[in-house]
Design a protein around this ligand. Structure first.
Ligand code: ATP
Ligand code: MG
Length: 314
């Protein structure tokens, strides 16, 4: 089965600015792909090309087997798009707008009514249905934008920062919604919220200066953290120096850092060589030497650190 989204050697130049610089990837049905990257990395531009909003300078994007440049109507029929900032018609009401979108998508009247009722319920738009969109709060506008994107229940969803501006409850709800649709569709979301990658994505691509600098599962991303599998432990202050010396003597340990110091205890972090798991080894060593450690645990590795490592020049 061919992937629902295929992007090959995509490039986009705006004058001398290279916004997208040879990006390739594919997304299968059942996959939620996260786009991460600093401001100006090229996430939105890539999405705009896939959805046919902007032409590529070079390369190709295809959705459900339809090349967006050659078969734009067929390709657009199969996808829903929430653009950056969710532009909407301010003088329409959410009902009017959703009806307009349903008509533009040539949904028959009965189906249109049924689907509008469904998305209104899912996005909890009931209380604002008959207010002009320009008078709605940012979060509600975003929710109208999302409702519009999923109205025709497309196979492919391209959502540019779908949870931006939502309150915590709505963020949770939208993440649940994306996850629940993820099994049946191919979805790309862009986000600046790194926990969102763990919460909803099966895979994440980090883009920097228009290039893909990392492509893998959230677990693989965590594993690239300098602190992946580092062991944290709290030891009595009097044992701190001895603990450090003992752990530094292990060939598997790269270094031991003091992370915090209280009156009676010290928080130490033992960083392994090559990210290997050293939890059992550290626990054994401490026990053998009668060091009473508390809160001993291995770190998964922080996505923030991975993000910084990959997108900043040290
Ligand atoms: N229409 C345009 N004309 C000129 N330059 C543009 C245009 N659109 C985007 N750019 C430039 O292309 C680059 C990529 O922008 P893009 O909006 O894709 O970044 P992004 O990764 O979505 O960033 P953000 O996280 O801030 O949303 C930036 O340098 C931006 O200034
Ligand atoms: Mg953007």
């Amino acid at each position: 089965m061919s992937p629902l989204i295929e992007v090959q050697s995509l490039r986009k130049h705006f004058g001398s600015v290279v916004a997208v610089d040879d990006i390739s990837f594919a997304v299968d049905r059942g996959e939620v792909l996260g786009f991460l990257g600093p401001n100006g990395a090229g996430k939105s531009t890539t999405m705009k090309i896939i959805t046919g909003y902007l032409p590529a300078t070079d390369g190709r994007a295809a959705v459900c087997g339809h090349d967006i440049a050659l078969q734009p109507i067929e390709a657009k029929r199969t996808m829903g798009y929430l653009p950056e900032g969710a532009p909407l018609y301010g003088d329409m009401t959410p009902t009017g707008f959703l009806d307009f979108i349903g008509r533009a998508r040539r949904m028959p009247r009965a189906e249109r009514k049924r689907r509008i009722a469904e998305v209104v319920e899912r996005m909890e738009l009931g209380e604002v249905l008959h207010r002009r969109i320009e008078t709605l709060s940012k979060g509600f506008r975003r929710r109208v934008g999302l409702a519009q994107a999923i109205l025709h229940d497309p196979d492919v969803l391209i959502l540019d920062e779908p949870t931006d501006g939502l309150d915590p409850n709505q963020k949770h709800q939208v993440r649940e919604l994306i996850k629940s649709m993820g099994d049946r569709k191919a979805i790309i979301i862009s986000t600046h919220i790194l926990e969102e990658v763990d919460a909803v994505c099966d895979r994440a691509i980090i883009i920097d200066h228009g290039k893909v600098v990392s492509d893998g599962t959230p677990a693989q991303l965590h594993a690239r953290s300098p602190e992946h599998n580092a062991v944290m432990m709290r030891v009595p202050a009097g044992d701190a120096a001895r603990t450090t010396q003992l752990l530094m003597g292990l060939p598997e340990v790269d270094r031991v850092e003091e992370r915090a110091r209280a009156q009676s205890s010290v928080l130490l972090m033992a960083v392994p060589k090559n990210g290997q798991f050293i939890g059992d080894l550290v626990a054994f060593t401490l026990r053998e030497n009668n060091i009473a450690a508390a809160d001993l645990h291995a770190e998964a590795g922080k996505l923030d650190d991975v993000f910084r490592k990959l997108t900043t020049i040290a």
